[in-house]
Design a protein around this ligand. Structure first.
Ligand SMILES: Nc1ncnc2c1ncn2[C@@H]1O[C@H](COP(=O)(O)OP(=O)(O)O)[C@@H](O)[C@H]1O
Ligand SMILES: [Mg+2]
Length: 346
């Protein structure tokens, strides 16, 4: 006769991919029910949308299925209460972000797709909707948030903590504010991780609903450092319709999945161009790339942002579109994207 202890022992071998601890020890295994040769395991997850759901279910099926006398393994996922989740997955002790509710990193497969433009305008749109929003620019290769927001002041300190610069209702810190421009070169490997750790620990972000990160392209050191420091940081993927950009973004998506992070959706940038008085969109870079990627990956396409001269000028002049013309056609697209975000956060 199969006994619950045997199942529990087999489950000891199933580790949480990030915490590297057994699901049993973490407390994620809620129930084990044995009926003849069928074993039903109830798995507690932080969210119904947890990207770990399928990975862990496979591992559980494999571990329990290998026991003698087991024919069928069923995994039932249940959502943990907030208290349970907080106990099992303690918040990072990083002081600066102790009172930040949600983390959202804007990522892309490659540079120049408008990641910073999207990060800045989505952050502003969230703030417009009444959320308290911070923006942390960790693009070590080209921190351009200060430029896009017209920030020239340096960071201040108070009681040993760094104070973010307030601009257009956002609390902003950029790697580009922490030293000379040409220092970007030295932000490599362990240094990047250390710097990011410092920006999360020693910047007094205060009470925030959202801290938005402008990541460098791809999934390099800064992305990994953030994934490790903030495991529940959600990812918003920016892509352009070109096939080349799509290939890069596919690679990034699979890497983010491996670190167990939730990608909440895609935004397609430079999707189309509205020419003069014509209402007919012109698809310069081809069409439907974002939709195709969305179908292929199951990630929702949260919006398609057109090529818009005002958007570029806003970025160049330090007055972003969501400040100068929030209710323009493109501004409204950003507002619509921002409206969908709260419902998608892990
Ligand atoms: N939808 C758009 N329409 C017009 N210009 C855009 C658009 N998106 C981005 N840009 C411009 O393209 C350039 C690159 O955008 P940026 O946001 O800096 O990209 P990334 O952060 O991915 O490198 C900037 O000059 C920006 O103003
Ligand atoms: Mg950028």
């Amino acid at each position: 006769m199969l006994h619950e202890d045997q199942v529990r022992k087999a489950l000891q071998t199933v580790l949480h991919p990030r915490l590297k601890k057994s699901l049993v020890d973490i407390g994620m295994i809620r129930d084990i029910i044995i009926q003849g040769d069928t074993v039903t395991v109830t798995l507690g997850l932080k969210s119904e949308r947890s990207p770990l759901k399928n990975v862990l279910a496979d591992d559980i099926e494999r571990a329990v299925g290998s026991l003698p006398g087991v024919a069928t393994v069923r995994v039932e996922a249940v959502t943990l209460s907030r208290e349970e989740a907080e106990r099992m997955f303690p918040r990072s002790p990083l002081r600066g972000i102790a009172k930040v509710k949600h983390f959202l990193a804007v990522a892309s497969g490659k540079g120049g797709v408008g990641k910073t433009t999207i990060a800045v305008n989505v952050a502003l749109a969230l703030a417009r909707q009444g959320h308290r929003v911070g923006l942390l620019d960790v693009d070590v290769y080209g921190p351009s948030v200060p430029l896009m927001l017209g920030i020239t002041e340096a960071l201040d300190q108070q009681d040993g903590m760094i104070i973010p610069v307030e601009k257009y209702g956002l609390r902003v810190v950029s790697m580009g504010m922490t030293g000379g421009q040409d220092e970007a070169f030295i932000w490599r490997g362990p240094l990047v991780a250390k710097m990011i750790h410092q920006l999360l620990d020693q910047v007094n972000w205060g009470d925030l609903d959202y801290l938005v990160f402008d990541l460098p392209p791809g999934t390099g050191d800064p992305s990994i450092a953030i994934a490790q420091a903030i495991p529940d940081c959600a990812i918003l993927m920016v892509t352009t319709p070109q096939e080349v950009a799509l290939a890069d973004v596919r690679r990034s998506i699979s890497l983010f999945h491996k670190t167990g992070q939730t990608i909440i959706g895609l935004v397609e940038n430079m999707s189309y161009f509205l020419c003069g008085h014509s209402t007919q969109p012109i698809e310069i870079f081809g069409r439907g790339g974002g939709e195709e990627l969305s179908r292929e990956t199951g990630l929702p396409l949260l919006g398609a942002v057109p090529l818009d001269l005002d958007l570029r000028q806003g970025g160049d002049s330090g007055v972003p579109l969501l400040v100068s013309a929030p209710d323009s056609a493109t501004g409204i697209i950003f507002q619509e994207v921002a409206k969908k975000i709260p419902g998608l956060m892990p």
